[in-house]
Ligand binder design. Structure first.
Ligand SMILES: Cc1cc2nc3c(=O)[nH]c(=O)nc-3n(C[C@H](O)[C@H](O)[C@H](O)COP(=O)(O)O)c2cc1C
Length: 181
């Protein structure tokens, strides 16, 4: 039996070509018996349709702090809901904001409110991944207790070969399985 059975998992998605892999991750989480709520940045929804993620997760997608300007999406409630949060793909932009306490969208507000462990799976091109600013932000997230799901080596969207690929969905799932074992 999966260690994820009946676990509540918040999945945060950023704008990266790797966003398509998160659809598979959500499907694997649901198959493992988890309940999944997905938060997408505005940029993430340019890469993959929110309808795909809402259908797979069986929940509405959270992306704005308010639904229509009068009803707020309660990020504090959402932050308390999860047994774990996993940001995948985690963009350089969002990693930088997480490291610096910036809170200008639903994903970041939920991250700052999260009472659960936070995993993140970066995705970026090899030079971005090597940049000292990114490394510093990763170190900061480590000091906050956030759990890095390491990038993988291989062909990147740019055509270059190197480190920076988001971990495969099966590997992200395994990190979560191991955590709850
Ligand atoms: C085709 C394309 C692919 C991109 N892939 C990545 C990526 O893999 N990693 C990354 O950090 N940024 C990537 N970016 C840049 C981000 O989409 C951009 O920084 C955006 O502001 C991120 O917003 P978010 O962090 O709010 O999701 C890409 C941009 C484009 C146009």
């Amino acid at each position: 039996m999966s260690n994820l059975l009946d676990k509540k998992i918040l999945v945060g998605m950023c704008g990266s070509i790797a966003a398509y892999k998160t659809a598979t991750l959500v499907r694997l989480l649901i198959k493992a018996g988890a309940e999944v709520k997905v938060i997408m940045t505005a940029s993430a929804s340019k890469f993959i349709a929110p309808l795909t993620l809402s259908t797979l997760s069986r929940h509405k997608i959270y992306s704005d702090l308010t639904d229509d300007g009068s009803n707020w999406n309660n990020h504090v409630e959402l932050g308390s809901w999860g047994d774990a949060m996993v940001v995948a793909p985690a963009s350089a932009n969002t990693i930088g904001k997480m490291a610096n306490g910036i809170c200008d969208n639903m994903l970041l507000a939920t991250y700052l409110s999260a009472k659960c462990p936070v995993f993140y799976a970066p995705a970026m091109d090899l030079d971005m991944w090597k940049h000292k600013a990114v490394k510093r932000n990763i170190d900061l997230l480590h000091s906050f207790g956030n759990i890095l799901i390491p990038v993988e080596h291989g062909e990147l969207a740019s055509g270059f070969i190197g480190d920076g690929r988001m971990a495969e969905p099966e590997h992200i799932l395994q990190h979560l399985e191991d955590y709850f074992s």
